[in-house]
Design a protein around this ligand. Structure first.
Ligand SMILES: [Zn+2]
Length: 194
């Protein structure tokens, strides 16, 4: 189904330059349906309720958490405003025609919500995809790539931010594992304080 989405190459930076692979991992796990939301855990392990744990009375699916859940509305709104500003700046610098500018800004505003700009009217930004723009409004390849990459980076960052917050709320001990451990007796002489 990926051909329904924008086909410009995603930026290299988050995938080959960033020292941490968190954003990539969230995308990989989401695409392969391995992200352990409540509905996935319920289906596979039967160890939890499938409903959103923030009280939304909806199944806690990746789409619900990333697109619908009110718990993350403020985070989504902030990211949305950032991506609108960044898109607006790119189009202003390129002096694009008003109809083209409006089309791109309309799509930028709808990146993180279910809307007709998305195939099946369902936002899939958390998979690292970007909606395709009608070819008749096409701008230069360079500018279209810049816009698509701006949207891609904003999308994977938002997904990483929401999933990081979710994991922290659901399991506050994540990332705080004790980093020290007892050495076996026969190796204790290697540690200066032992
Ligand atoms: Zn919810």
């Amino acid at each position: 189904m990926l051909h329904l989405y924008d086909s410009h190459a995603p930026p290299d930076h988050p995938y080959v330059r960033m020292p941490y692979a968190y954003l990539t991992l969230v995308q990989l796990y989401t695409r392969s349906r391995q992200l352990d939301t409540a509905s996935v855990c319920f289906t596979r392990l039967r160890n939890t309720s499938p409903w959103c744990r923030f009280g939304c009375e909806r199944l806690e699916t990746p789409h619900h958490l990333f697109v619908e859940c009110l718990c993350f509305a403020e985070t989504r709104n902030r990211s949305s405003q950032d991506v609108i500003d960044a898109t607006s700046m790119l189009l202003r610098e390129a002096k694009t025609a008003m109809t083209t500018t409006e089309l791109y800004l309309h799509t930028a505003r709808r990146l993180f919500v279910d809307d007709t700009v998305w195939p099946l009217h369902a936002s899939r930004y958390y998979l690292g995809t970007v909606p395709a723009i009608n070819a008749s409004y096409q701008i230069s390849h360079v500018l279209a790539t810049k816009v698509a990459q701006t949207w891609h980076i904003a999308s994977i960052r938002l997904a990483g931010q929401i999933w990081g917050t979710y994991r922290h709320v659901v399991n506050p001990s994540v990332g705080k594992a004790q980093r020290t451990f007892d050495l076996p007796t026969h190796l204790k002489h290697l540690h200066p304080r032992e």
